[in-house]
Design a binder for this molecule. Sequence first.
Ligand code: NAP
Length: 489
Amino acid sequence: MSCATESHAYVIFGATGNLATVKLLPALYQLHCLGYLAADVKILGCGRTPHQRDDWRDQVRKMLASGTNAGSCLEGFFQRLDYLAGSLEDAAFYQALGTWIGTGECARNVIFYLSVSPELYVRVTMGLAQAGLLAERNGWRRMVVEKPFGHDLQSARDLQHELKAHLSEEQIYRIDHYVGKESVQNLLVLRFANMILEPLWNRHYIDHVQITHAETVGVDGRASYYDRHGGAARDMIQSHLLQVLALLAMEPPVSLEAESLRDEKVKVLRSIRPVDVSQLASHAVRAQYAGYQMEAGIAPGSHTETYAALKLYVDNWRWRDVPFYLRTGKSLKERRSMVAVRFREPPMQLFQGTGAAIVHPNWLLIGIQPDDVVQMEISAKVPGAETRTRQIVMDASVGNPGERKADAYEELLLDVIEGNRALFLRYDEVKAAWSIVDPVMRAWADDEHPPLQYPVGSLGPKAANQIFDQADQEWRQTLGCNGKADGKS
Ligand SMILES: NC(=O)c1ccc[n+]([C@@H]2O[C@H](COP(=O)([O-])OP(=O)(O)OC[C@H]3O[C@@H](n4cnc5c(N)ncnc54)[C@H](OP(=O)(O)O)[C@@H]3O)[C@@H](O)[C@H]2O)c1
């Protein structure tokens, strides 16, 4: 009997849910169209909804056909799709799954994707283990665990304990899709494929670093889940923003191999000075957008923050005393994620008294979304007889017109197939990230005062400025704009 040893199956638990519909299936479809999936790769959607295979295929067809990426490869993609209905809390489901996967010599390599509520992660892992589906006898078995990995340090430890009982670390792929964004990976390329930044990339030249993730949307559709399990610090800072910080601050890895990269990220996270909760107001700010409490699904008097700002220090040789300011919020004025690095001022103000009295500091601005750009803001002379300066921006778009940008999930789902764990989080990384945020979240939970409020569509609470170390530091709201003159002599 022959069987394709390299064949594999993508099993998606929660295939009828939001993440699978909006991200995972479109990403697998793109991988199919681009020829990354071997001919015998099968995709099994699992959900509670009692679809027949063809009903589900029709639903996926409609969803893909309505997207901009619909193309001529739809039919081939549908041949890969199958559906298995059942409750993940029911042992019979795992028996049926085992039958689908096959046994003995022809057992497939399998990726199990946990696109379900975190409360089910342990139940599913145990169900798979009890049915013998995690054992790597004839092929590999990989498990993708969606964020959040725990809701605090202790629950992350507990989850890890349960997963470890049935899976090796090599089998676990803890996903943080932010790290899969091209613009976030570009941080590594900018830092380590160029020589011009490295000599300046330290406490001697950098005044501070800002990392921003701002959303215009509120908690629509996820209100009750967000109110119970979310909060801006937990939802965004612990995961996405600390990952960005780690990529910005890490030392050059020995190679791009998974463990080298993750070793360096962990070192940075472990070097972060614990936030002094006795001085919390000067290190962290939380707020809620006005009207949050009125949304359906929000607990009356909820203190869940929809905005959080945090000041962190990386206590190592390179970064000692350079503040890293992180902020994220919902229902803000503008959707924007960016990194803003402010450089120190020159040691002498040569142009003082010439009319160019205000010499602005240099900024390196890295747009993550919606603009994938790299900008350098520098001072230049305004043409003319007088000495006047203005800020000009060296502005480069990362992509060329017409170039297709891959969605983060495309790259990450392909990495799982290829067994490349570099962009997935190791447990010690997750633990270190929780250790940073956990004391702040606990202090907020113990605080009987309600969070500050900020108007919908604003820049966030004014009090977010109170975490700055210096009077001349302020939040960078936009990317650079050319040609602001500083005055005349
Ligand atoms: N949505 C996002 O953009 C996003 C982003 C980052 C991370 N995540 C994470 O991804 C995971 C999924 O999120 P989501 O937004 O897709 O959730 P969702 O829309 O609520 O979908 C949940 C899925 O789980 C299935 N399910 C629930 N209980 C089940 C059970 N007992 N047995 C079998 N299936 C069950 C549901 O099946 P039925 O519908 O058929 O009942 C549905 O397919 C969560 O861990 C979330 O934190 C989501």
